[in-house]
Design a protein. Sequence first.
Length: 147
Amino acid sequence: MTQDPHANSRVEACHIIELDKHHHANGNLTVVEDNSPIPFKIRRTYYLYDIPGGESRGGHSHHNLYQLIVAISGSFDVVLDDGVHQRRFTLNRPYQGLLIVPGIWRVLDNFSSGSVCLCLASEHYDEKDYVRDYETFLTLTANKRTE
Ligand code: TYD
């Protein structure tokens, strides 16, 4: 039986990916397509917007999903947790994406007014892929704390 990614996930595997940026005097343009530096096939795209001040999003991990998160407008923070280490990223550039690998708990907070969060995802929506309970997440990552 293959091990669930939670057993081996590391926040160190999550990092900023630079997207291409076409700079023009009349505005900039960033393209994301299949042969881009994103290490997964994009099956789904969604975006978060109209986020009230002080709110947070996320609060879950995934068994199989890879994601790239981009601050299309404004800024917000993404706090990543692999069960041992936590790392906070501030996203505020529409030409930079944060890669999140499977098995990482994430919370998005500190949204600036009017910010928009674009999420590119490797799988279609599947509630069964979510771990929404932090105690369950800790159980799935328990092996890392006994190594
Ligand atoms: P969720 O992934 O928990 O949002 P976030 O991580 O941004 O806080 O999803 C919130 C709700 O939206 C949840 O009831 C499921 C639904 N949803 C879909 O129906 N399809 C999707 O692709 C996503 C991402 C969410």
